[in-house]
Design a protein around this ligand. Structure first.
Ligand SMILES: CC(C)(COP(=O)(O)OP(=O)(O)OC[C@H]1O[C@@H](n2cnc3c(N)ncnc32)[C@H](O)[C@@H]1OP(=O)(O)O)[C@@H](O)C(=O)NCCC(=O)NCCS
Length: 177
């Protein structure tokens, strides 16, 4: 297995994985070529993830709730926005490898790394992996994607929405100041 930066040639494979994990139509285009990474097993794309640099105001707007006190001095935020692994390739270390690569990419550019984790049946599937890289949960936001799913019209594979009724768990690392 290896991880690398995504290219336009990966768009179809990334969309197939997004459709299978988050619902048809969740993703349009490649989110951000420069900060989208893919994991390959053999010559096939098995998963992808991306992160976004955010000034504090943008991160606060996205979080919708206050960040924990330990992030008070942080001004440069890096949000791990998506990690998704094809269902046939899950539980084989692909997600962990992607998260390691995303954090290695993001940490030099950020005071704090954070993430919005999708919850199925009350728990975030990615929670164990986020814990492994030093993030801890600080808030649970019910119906976090409800408006977004209505506007963009994707069908949530967990709850069947729009509107998506799933909660988001917000996670953040220690400030790297
Ligand atoms: C959450 C997700 C990204 C995890 O990806 P993954 O490739 O399955 O993750 P990993 O294989 O690295 O780790 C998952 C588990 O497999 C275990 N594992 C790792 N390597 C393994 C191996 N070789 N054999 C068996 N199990 C292994 C890990 O210990 C981990 O176990 P745990 O959940 O009990 O802690 C994936 O399940 C997914 O895409 N889910 C749907 C989309 C989603 O919810 N994304 C997160 C949105 S915020």
């Amino acid at each position: 297995m290896c991880t690398r930066r995504a290219t336009a040639d990966d768009t179809l494979a990334v969309h197939r994985i997004a459709d299978a994990t988050f619902g048809d139509g969740y993703l349009t285009g490649l989110p951000d070529g420069a900060r989208t990474l893919v994991a390959e097993v053999g010559d096939q794309v098995a998963g992808f993830g991306w992160w976004e640099p955010q000034p504090r105001a943008q991160a606060e707007q996205m979080a919708t709730v206050p960040f924990p006190h330990r992030c008070a001095a942080a001004t440069r935020f890096a949000c791990v926005k998506t990690v998704a692994v094809h269902p046939a390739r899950q539980r084989a270390g692909v997600g962990a490898a992607l998260l390691d690569a995303l954090l290695a990419d993001a940490r030099p550019c950020a005071d704090v790394v954070w993430s919005v984790a999708w919850c199925r049946d009350g728990t975030a599937p990615i929670g164990a992996l986020l814990t492994r890289v030093g993030l801890t949960p600080f808030a649970m936001v019910p119906g976090y994607w409800a408006d977004d799913s209505l506007v963009r019209g994707y069908v949530c594979p967990a709850c069947g929405g729009p509107p998506c009724r799933c909660a988001a768990e917000l996670w953040a690392g220690d400030a790297l100041l």
